[in-house]
Design a binder for this molecule. Sequence first.
Ligand SMILES: Cc1cc2nc3c(=O)[nH]c(=O)nc-3n(C[C@H](O)[C@H](O)[C@H](O)COP(=O)(O)OP(=O)(O)OC[C@H]3O[C@@H](n4cnc5c(N)ncnc54)[C@H](O)[C@@H]3O)c2cc1C
Length: 493
Amino acid sequence: MRVAIAGGGLAGLACAKYLVDRGHTPIVFERGDTLGGLVAAWKDQDGDWVETGLHAFFGAYPNMLQLLKELNIEDRLQWKQHTLIFNQPEKPGTLSRFDVPNIPAPFNVIVSILRNNDLLTWQQKIRFAIGLFPAIVRGNKYVQDMDKFSLSEWLKQHGIDEKISSDIFVAASKALTFIDPDEVSATVILTALNKFLQERYGSKIAFLDGAPPERLCQPIADYVIAHGGEVRVNAPLKQIVLNPDGTVSHFAIRGLNGTPDYDITADAYVSAMSVDAFKLLMPEPWKQIDSFYKLQELEGVPVINVQIWFDRKLTHVDQLLFSRSPLLSVYADMSNTCREYADSNKSMLELVLAPAADWIDRPEQEIIEATIAELAKLFPDQIPQPAKVLKAKVVKTPRSVYKAIPGREQYKPSQSTPIANFFLSGSYTKQEYLGSMEGAVLSGKLTAQRIHQSSANLTTGPSVQDFDQTSKQTPKQATQPSSDQSIAAKAPV
Ligand SMILES: Cc1cc2nc3c(=O)[nH]c(=O)nc-3n(C[C@H](O)[C@H](O)[C@H](O)COP(=O)(O)OP(=O)(O)OC[C@H]3O[C@@H](n4cnc5c(N)ncnc54)[C@H](O)[C@@H]3O)c2cc1C
């Protein structure tokens, strides 16, 4: 089948990859001049990469790890020590570590909590461990049901101390969703806990060894092209044109740089754009259809990525750090964490500013100054003196991943839609991971599966059984499409 895919982020690229694997012919149309969407990056005038976002990979990303393995690029992930590190604003310049021992889950994480004496008293640790119990033992259904509560409400119901909430869950909530615990759905944090606590290496963190467009997206595009597909950048979808029966007749693509607009016809069509971009292009007649109408309830959340280059080394920590700053979320010294950005003499901090609703419209200089003022609390011996800022870059994303407030689960669409030849892909669609790179890759894989299943129903192409076996599923799982959400990839050691 020929499949037109609008959107060259991870979901669109993964969808194309899994379609060529099944003998289909995808064509990806990306609006921008580079692939990656929320993982895109560009080189500045000095040849330094400027990224849309600081990106960390986790051991509990089975579909991403599987994809890297299939592309033979798993060595591009640089796995860090199994530890979670928090700044301690009450003792400026100090860090608190949750070192996760190499013993089976969930005991490894529990031991790391029990061993940490900086942030928690024994009483708090015990309440914390008891409070986490439902997330560990009661499984996915329970986690989904908790979408009716905010994280703050859920913590209160489980008697988890205010201090733990402020010390750990604010940091986790900001890092995973770019919003605070009183706004975020309990389901989101419980999902992360569930994944991290169930797998020995689930919370182990890795960084890519370079910029995502080159090191992650291009290999997927190369694979697609080598297997008969196509990937076009600077090719924005302008309109989804319908047949009289409401199915898609063709995609109208805008020609850029003086080239004319053109039409693309295919057997199936995919929106792998963000939910906000898709809503703008949704054909008028579809707006009355329930599953499309419900998308009004999903909206991207603002976030800002800040990169600051210093004239000296601020830290040798080779890991993601949870700042516990009201302004900032996670950060990393990329000169330590990422091979391509390595510098033994100078630091380049990459920081996520979240929640960003109050900052997204402010001038870049104001954002940089506020970030440096916060960094003075994290590195009091070095900032503002003697370290000097060489340059700073700000990338604002007014609408990034969908805002994961309570009640959103019911609005997340399936990858199949009521329109027979139209499918959705993206980390906002229904999949059991968060609005994350893993969620995007999984959604792309599920979309490819849905398209393949529809082609198997319509044509004499490869059977669904074939598809699932080559996806390393058992034949039994072929009758349970959602089960491929837990395809196990080899965990990092
Ligand atoms: C600052 C930041 C930090 C993050 N940190 C992490 C992290 O540490 N770990 C993690 O797992 N995830 C992280 N994420 C989330 C992760 O990046 C996203 O969940 C994931 O990349 C989303 O992929 P996607 O393909 O679903 O959507 P997108 O990346 O939004 O892709 C959609 C694509 O559609 C294209 N498009 C839009 N309109 C059109 C059109 N008209 N025609 C053609 N193309 C169009 C866009 O240009 C884009 O390329 C972070 C995100 C941000 C912003």
